[in-house]
Write a protein that binds this ligand. Structure first.
Ligand SMILES: [Fe+2]
Ligand SMILES: [Fe+2]
Length: 161
């Protein structure tokens, strides 16, 4: 069975993942160009607020469990797929990167949900709430992908004709 220390370790990792997501959503929200990017930039900016809120809640929970909240030097970087694309109008690359980041967050939280059962149901409750919000972010960007990929498909067809 998982211990309190195991849970703190995964909470620290999750905290770092949230902050890295904030950094990369912010970079893309500023860096993207073009009319097609406008809605994506707005969605990213509003998600940043939620991701930062997640980091704050995770940090508070680490503190309550008597863990230490990590600074930058103790945090990993794991999102090479979410760097601003070379082509600053490549909205689809950013949409795909966001979906992957949300998938990875959801996987991490599912792991925590299992670990918390039955030793820490308060942490589990917090993680369940955050997971629901990550699923909503993911679904929003899946919707963007439906629309934007169809657009790209049309463009490619026209160019080939
Ligand atoms: Fe988050
Ligand atoms: Fe998210």
């Amino acid at each position: 069975m998982a211990t309190n220390q195991d849970i703190i370790k995964e909470l620290r990792k999750s905290y770092g993942m949230e902050l890295e997501t904030v950094e990369n959503y912010l970079a893309n929200a500023i860096d993207l160009d073009g009319v097609r990017a406008e809605e994506i930039k707005k969605a990213l900016l509003s998600d940043i607020e939620e991701e930062l809120g997640h980091a704050r809640k995770l940090g508070n929970r680490i503190k309550v469990l008597e863990g230490r909240v990590p600074g930058w030097l103790d945090l990993e970087r794991a999102q090479p797929f979410l760097q601003p694309p070379n082509d600053s109008t490549d909205v689809i690359a950013v949409i795909r990167g966001v979906i992957r980041a949300e998938d990875e967050a959801i996987d991490q939280y599912k792991k925590l949900i299992k670990m918390c059962d039955p030793i820490d149901l308060v942490t589990q409750d917090l993680i369940l709430e955050i997971t629901g919000q990550e699923q909503a972010h993911r679904r929003q960007f899946i919707g963007f992908l439906y629309e934007y990929e169809r657009g790209e498909a049309k463009r490619l067809t026209a160019a080939a004709a």
